[in-house]
Design a binder for this molecule. Structure first.
Ligand SMILES: [Fe+2]
Ligand SMILES: [Fe+2]
Length: 563
């Protein structure tokens, strides 16, 4: 059967009315533009659909019945958006809905189900608008400018009860979209969900929604979760869109202190990258995406960023591909040289794989190290120090955050016995002597990691700053000195505890890229760490970039690149 409507049955006027209606979603706009009455527009739309059905060999319902129904819903525009009457004749088959085939090539959002681009990449910018809430005009104008500059399709999804989306002179309503949009199961935009606009955890309970690698949920609260998954499933990320509207009631919640959108980039290799575009709700709506800064509806290229907080390094297990893409580069420049951060922040630099306490009672691990001439603590620490030295940049300051794997050295010196460990006996005694001298001099014991790293480096790691445990280190108002293994007063760190701090902070440690409220967790630089093997994972390779505005983005390593 030929699924394409036979155009012969459709008159030119019906086709013109239909095309404009799909574009605007407004019968009154169509009537005004084409100089027709609204009744005539309605008739033309109904006749269009009747002709589509006939061309597929179907007998349409009686004209009178169809005229009573809601034409809006037949063309993929929600009733809530227009305020129309309940449909008398609902279309359930997309093939005969009349607009699908024609729109796919022009607009992914209208297409609902679209393939990745044949070449290059396809960009979409998705945001939400809450009914009855004021639009942040500065941010909206910046979004439009950025979409025009990057060739992105811009779509706004409604959040909230039936009501008007504020428009005025913003033109926002012409970008309204509705329903589920699926990009070849690479990205899904969950426009079919109806969530309360004031939900603080809009992604909670959506774990079973995992058809696509990335699921973007239209909602004002900024949140991102890396899903627990069977390793073979590949990356699964849920993130909200943020909103272009201001909260109707301003509370103290950090989650609603930003206006936002998501830029989605789908490449022809089937990989996608999604990033939040965020601006302070109290500001002018300026934001930055990688090297593009958008301000006053103008786009400035070649801008640098404030900080890159790398996913936990665990140097002994550092994925060479991740290292190359982040610091070394190849055919294209490395992430660091592309974004030129003022600060590079490192967590869990040294894995301490050689004598990690996780393996203390594992004779098989010890034997494997013996036959592979491994298990040399000095060599591992020297390699980690060389890594820190080799990743330095003139334009950036390297900052090392005190982390639990770094502290493993101190634990080893406290608990191990050099007489049982000939491989490490000399280094153990040297490091122990250094530690005892620190104690004698009244210096903090946890500084032994920094001391040994500088001692083992060729140039004592000049230009590299090791943060003290009690130190604060802020970049653009974001606390970057917390690794995440410890919360207040010696308690084990956890997301709920950090969220209760009510601060903006970027952490490491969980290896699971997450955004909740003001807390961002970076990922890791290798998802196959020995102690985390098994069929399940919730880790992902990813860094966090911080901009001068204080806004942040996760940069996931997906398809061999960060964007
Ligand atoms: Fe850690
Ligand atoms: Fe870690």
């Amino acid at each position: 059967m030929n699924a394409r409507p036979q155009r012969l049955l459709i008159t030119p006027q019906q086709a013109a009315v239909h095309e404009l209606f799909v574009e605007t979603g407004s019968m009154s706009d169509v009537a005004r533009t084409l100089g027709l009455s609204q009744i005539r527009v309605r008739e033309a739309l109904v006749q269009y659909q009747r002709n589509v059905m006939r061309s597929h060999g179907l007998t349409p319902p009686p004209l009178r019945e169809m005229l009573r129904g809601d034409v809006v819903t037949r063309f993929g525009i929600s009733r809530a958006e227009i305020g129309g009457r309940p449909a008398k004749h609902l279309q359930s088959d997309p093939v005969i809905s009349g607009n699908v085939k024609e729109i796919v090539g022009r607009s992914v959002m209208r297409g609902r189900q679209a393939a990745p681009p044949l070449s290059g990449s396809r960009r979409l910018i998705v945001t939400a608008a809450e009914t009855g809430a004021p639009v942040h005009l500065g941010f909206w104008n910046n979004l439009q400018a950025f979409a025009a500059r990057t060739g992105a399709e811009l779509a706004v999804f409604r959040v909230g009860e039936v009501g008007l989306i504020a428009d005025g002179q913003t033109g926002l309503r012409s970008h309204l979209r509705d329903g589920l949009v699926n990009l070849a199961d690479v990205v899904e935009i969950a426009g079919d969900l109806r969530l309360a606009p004031n939900a603080t955890r809009p992604l909670a309970g959506l774990e079973r929604r995992r058809t696509a690698g990335w699921t973007v949920v239209p909602h004002p609260t900024v949140q991102l979760e890396t899903l627990s998954r069977v390793r073979a499933e590949g990356l699964k990320v849920h993130l909200t869109s943020g909103a272009v509207t201001l909260p109707k009631m301003r509370g103290a919640s950090l989650a609603r202190s930003e206006v936002g959108a998501v830029i989605i980039e789908v490449s022809n290799d089937g990989h996608a990258h999604c990033r939040h575009l965020l601006a302070s709700a109290d500001g002018a709506g300026d934001f930055q995406d990688l090297k593009f800064r958008v301000s006053g509806a103008s786009v400035f290229a070649g801008c640098r960023v404030e900080a890159l907080t790398f996913g936990d390094i665990h140097h002994a297990h550092l994925d060479p591909e991740v290292a190359r893409a982040t610091w070394k580069g190849g055919r294209s420049r490395s992430l660091v040289d592309e974004l030129r951060p003022r600060f590079m922040v490192f967590h869990d630099v040294c894995d301490f794989e050689a004598r990690n306490h996780h393996h203390a009672a594992d004779p098989h691990k010890r034997f494997a190290q013996l036959v592979a001439a491994g298990g040399d603590v000095r060599r591992e620490m020297a390699a980690s120090a060389a890594f820190l030295g080799g990743t330095r940049r003139k334009f950036a300051r390297s900052v090392v955050v005190g982390s639990n794997h770094d502290l493993a050295l101190l634990r080893w010196l406290r608990e191990a016995d050099f007489r049982d460990d000939p491989t490490n006996a000399v280094f153990f005694l040297e490091a122990s002597l250094a530690l005892y001298k620190r104690i004698e001099a009244g210096r903090p014991v946890d500084g032994i990691f920094e001391q040994m790293m500088r001692h083992l480096a060729a140039d004592e790691l000049g230009g590299v700053r090791f943060l003290k445990p009690e130190e604060s280190f802020q970049v653009a108002g974001v606390e970057c000195a917390i690794h995440g293994h410890q919360a207040s007063d010696g308690r084990r760190g956890s997301m709920p505890l950090f969220e209760r701090l009510g601060i903006n902070a970027t952490l490491g440690h969980t290896h699971r890229p997450t955004t909740r409220g003001g807390i961002y967790c970076a990922g890791v630089c290798q998802t196959e760490l020995e102690y985390a093997r098994g069929p399940l994972t919730n880790w992902a390779v990813g860094h966090v970039v911080t901009y001068a505005t204080g806004a942040r983005q996760h940069l996931f390593f997906n398809g061999g690149r960060f964007f």
